[in-house]
Ligand binder design. Structure first.
Ligand code: HEC
Length: 226
């Protein structure tokens, strides 16, 4: 093989250029995305610009939500839940009410870890905060999904809670409120208190909401998915 080194060089160039092409084309398309206001106005030069004073989307997670985001990762919620509302051609996500519009790359730019998910044993959570914003519901559901959703396949996370004896020295005002006559209610004199981990996780969940307009993705569905 007289020209083996030339062949090797050729293979190297082909592989490197396709790899760099892959990176640079996506960087070019997605690398410069910034937060945006819900609508844009045209400046004197006719270029679309942000509307001054309007809130910027997607919003950055608050400190507590960010902690909840880390809990979500540690507890493996991403194994069963996605966070991407797919286009109509790819599934019935909009019809199911997973969001009022499809997800776009800009939705993820403020996230420290993007949790698109790869399997949907449970519903998509992109906008779960808009569907369900009752903190007690989320806490009960995490403590034991059977309380709020009988027959659920979701595992319980009781270690995110503490069972304490009700006494004058322990504050129990943030104890879980169980439905009347629930078979999962604690014994008389015992209160179930969420730990900081549970509180952070629920703060994260109720803040998951992509039902805001972006220049490239306008809300098209109403609350009932119509
Ligand atoms: C083994 C799979 C599985 C895992 C792991 C799992 N879930 Fe679920 N989840 C489900 C299923 C199935 C449902 C639908 C039934 C229900 O409401 O419990 C669900 C429902 C939900 C809902 C209600 C969504 C809605 O639209 O009603 C929330 C919120 C939720 N899960 C959060 C979490 C969080 C947070 C974690 C991690 C701590 C988690 N899930 C881990 C399977 C899972």
């Amino acid at each position: 093989m007289k020209h083996f080194s030339v062949l090797l060089f050729g293979i190297f160039i082909v592989l490197t250029s396709s790899f760099l092409g892959l990176i640079s084309s996506s960087l070019n398309q997605l690398g410069n995305l910034k937060q945006s206001t819900e609508s844009l106005e045209l400046n004197d030069a006719g270029e679309p610009t942000l509307v001054e004073g309007d809130p910027l989307y997607p919003m950055k997670l608050s400190g507590l939500s960010e902690q909840g985001h880390q809990e979500y990762i540690q507890l493996g919620c991403v194994n069963c839940h996605s966070q991407q509302v797919r286009r109509e051609e790819l599934g019935k996500d909009l019809e199911r009410g997973f969001g009022q519009r499809v997800s776009v790359p800009r939705d993820y730019i403020m996230q420290s870890n993007v949790l698109l998910g790869f399997s949907r044993i449970g519903p998509d959570l992109s906008s779960v905060g808009a569907r369900k914003n009752d903190i007690n519901w989320h806490l009960l559901h995490l403590y034991n999904p059977q309380i709020t959703s009988p027959g659920s396949l979701m595992p319980p996370f009781p270690f995110l809670f503490e069972a304490v004896e009700i006494s004058e020295t322990i504050a129990t005002d943030n104890a879980l409120v169980f439905p009347e006559n629930s078979e999962y209610s604690p014994k008389e004199g015992i209160a179930i208190i969420p730990t900081k981990r549970a509180i952070a996780l629920v703060e994260y969940l109720i803040n998951l909401d992509i039902n805001y307009n972006l220049p490239e993705a306008v809300v098209t569905k109403n609350d009932t998915g119509e």
